[in-house]
Design a protein around this ligand. Structure first.
Ligand SMILES: [Zn+2]
Length: 555
């Protein structure tokens, strides 16, 4: 038997097919379903039958009905299909009449980068698709490790990056503000015998319990004794390393790292931005596994989409959920995005910024979200790129060129065009055939920009050297014999090399890889507003920082 989500998916494909061709066809629908769910090949017969049934059902509807149902199901044709991700992201199992709850849980120890984007975009996409709730949970309960410690500015940096990415979250929680909640739940665990306070030496414990699989003495303590030791932990009578709170598991667990996992530890000198004074700061901190397990339960998370590297979390947390007879959220795993070229480790990033190797987190040579935004990569391009990777366990090497291609697709129809010359060589026209010309502001659209022309023209040094003495066309203007003193040959647009040029230009700085270059651009760029992304003809896309400064994106 095939489950509901598969049927829903088949219906989407069939509707899409019907929208496109008037009538839905069985074969392409089957092909699409099997391509997205290779695991269903073994049930191919059921798939075929179901497809046939759904397709004939849809073909019995009127075009108006098909339109209406498609709208209700969020099925749209080609143009918007890519944006909604309907093609690449498979359906998730969602219960009828239950609003699904998703969550993203960044560690606020630095800005977001493209390596985080998969976790963020996938959760946001699905929350939107199913009209669900998205929770932003700051996972900031590791104040020991200097590399992972939360940083005050990072909370706001992350919120800002998320907003810019178009992520809509409905609720925000900060784990470090919820210590009392975690304490209370852990006390319940201690009382009920789900957990214990272990005062063994960590190394001896590992050898004895995880390797030899024999229980330590602490495991035999009564609930009362455990509560007594827990109070000592909270009162900092135990110091770091002298006691930990463990969740009891089977000693037969296949993965030793799951056995009696740590739910709480003592940190003598926590470095946490919300507890500036290390003397009065809490000394007992939950592990990520414990805190997020409790929060997922309390916030009603129904679907977890997480990186493959966090598979062990699920194993540990399921044990806790089983103790309380809670239902564990449905889990979907995706492979991480890695890079050899760009720094993804937040601690290394911070270090390199502090050393001055990078100018800041938004240094345009980086792949942080703020750096990408700064140089004119659009949020939509990042989203489309992530969606194109699908929901699967494949690891992906981040490819900036592919991101650029997505960006070009987004910008090409909407970015205003202007002339800009990077290495200006001045030439003089013998005659000026027109005082001003008109050129398209966007390709293939009616809007025009007016460029005033004088006899002084700037062309690209490279073009000047390459075409010196030859006839070229000054784009949108006239044909000239290219020399220091150039003769205008005709106005007619002929099949000769076209070069870009500037007359009556203004100086602007173009920043590429953090190197600033003084260029001349046509006067019209003075009308460009901050954050607008334009296309300099034959040069490439750039984002306006202010009217005299642009950041280069790509060609
Ligand atoms: Zn012990």
């Amino acid at each position: 038997m095939l489950c509901k989500p598969v049927e829903r998916e088949i219906r989407r494909f069939a509707l899409l097919n019907a929208l496109e061709f008037g009538k839905a066809q069985v074969k392409p629908v089957i092909a699409k379903v099997l391509a997205l769910h290779p695991e269903l090949r073994k049930n191919a017969k059921d798939v075929v039958e179901l497809c046939e049934r759904v397709v004939s059902e849809i073909n019995s509807l009127s075009p108006e009905e098909i339109k209406k149902i498609s709208e209700e199901m969020g099925v749209k044709l080609e143009k918007r299909k890519r944006e909604s991700g309907a093609q690449t992201l498979p359906e998730l199992p969602v219960e009828e009449n239950v609003r699904p709850v998703f969550r993203i849980a960044p560690n606020p120890n630095g800005p977001l980068h493209i390596g985080h984007a998969r976790m963020i975009i996938l959760n946001d996409e699905y929350a939107k698709r199913y009209g669900g709730t998205l929770i932003l949970r700051f996972d900031d309960t590791d104040p020991k490790n200097p590399a992972k410690r939360p940083v005050k500015e990072a909370y706001e940096m992350i919120r800002r990056d998320l907003k810019w990415l178009g992520v809509k979250w409905h609720e925000e929680i900060i784990a470090s503000r919820r210590l009392d909640i975690y304490y209370r739940w852990f006390e319940i665990c201690l009382k009920r015998g789900f957990a214990y306070i272990c005062t063994c030496n960590a190394e001896e414990w590992r050898e004895r319990v995880r390797k030899k699989r024999t229980a330590c003495e602490c495991r035999k303590k009564s609930g009362e004794e455990n509560l007594r030791d827990w109070k000592k932990m909270l009162a900092h009578e135990f110091k770091e390393g002298e006691a930990v709170g463990r969740i009891k598991t089977s000693l037969e667990e296949k993965d030793p790292a799951v056995i009696d996992w740590v739910a709480f530890r003592i940190i003598d000198e926590p470095g946490h931005p919300f507890f500036a004074n290390p003397q009065t700061a809490p000394k007992v901190w939950p592990s990520l596994d414990f805190a997020s397990a409790i929060d997922d339960r309390l916030t009603g998370v129904t679907h977890i989409l997480r990186g493959k590297d966090l598979a062990i979390c699920e194993k540990r947390q399921r044990i806790l959920y089983d103790y309380f007879s809670w239902r564990y959220p449905r889990v979907f795993v995706f492979g991480k995005i890695f890079s050899e070229k760009f720094v993804f480790s937040t601690s290394r990033l911070r270090e390199m910024v502090e050393k001055g190797i990078y100018k800041g987190f938004d240094d345009t040579r980086l792949a942080t979200i703020c750096a990408l935004r700064k140089r004119g990569i659009t949020a939509q391009a990042i989203r489309n790129y992530i969606i194109s990777l699908g929901l699967n366990e494949n690891e992906t090497k981040f490819d900036m060129e592919i991101l650029h291609a997505f960006n070009r697709k987004v910008l090409d129809p909407v970015a205003k065009r202007f002339f800009l010359v990077r290495n200006p060589v001045e030439i003089e026209l013998e005659t000026v055939p027109r005082e001003q010309i008109e050129a398209p502001l966007y390709p293939g659209r009616k809007e025009r920009r007016v460029i005033k022309v004088s006899e002084r023209i700037f062309v690209e040094k490279e073009d000047f050297e390459k075409f010196r003495g030859k006839e070229v066309r000054l784009m949108h203007f006239c044909n000239v014999l290219l020399k220091k003193k150039a003769r205008v040959t005709s106005l007619e647009n002929r099949d000769i090399p076209k070069i870009h040029w500037v007359s009556n230009g203004v100086k602007v700085a173009l920043v590429e890889n953090e190197e600033e270059r003084e260029c001349v651009a046509e006067e019209n760029v003075l009308g460009v507003k901050r954050d607008e992304i334009v296309q300099f003809e034959r040069v490439g896309f750039a984002r306006c920082e202010d009217r005299a400064r642009f950041y280069f994106a790509h060609r």
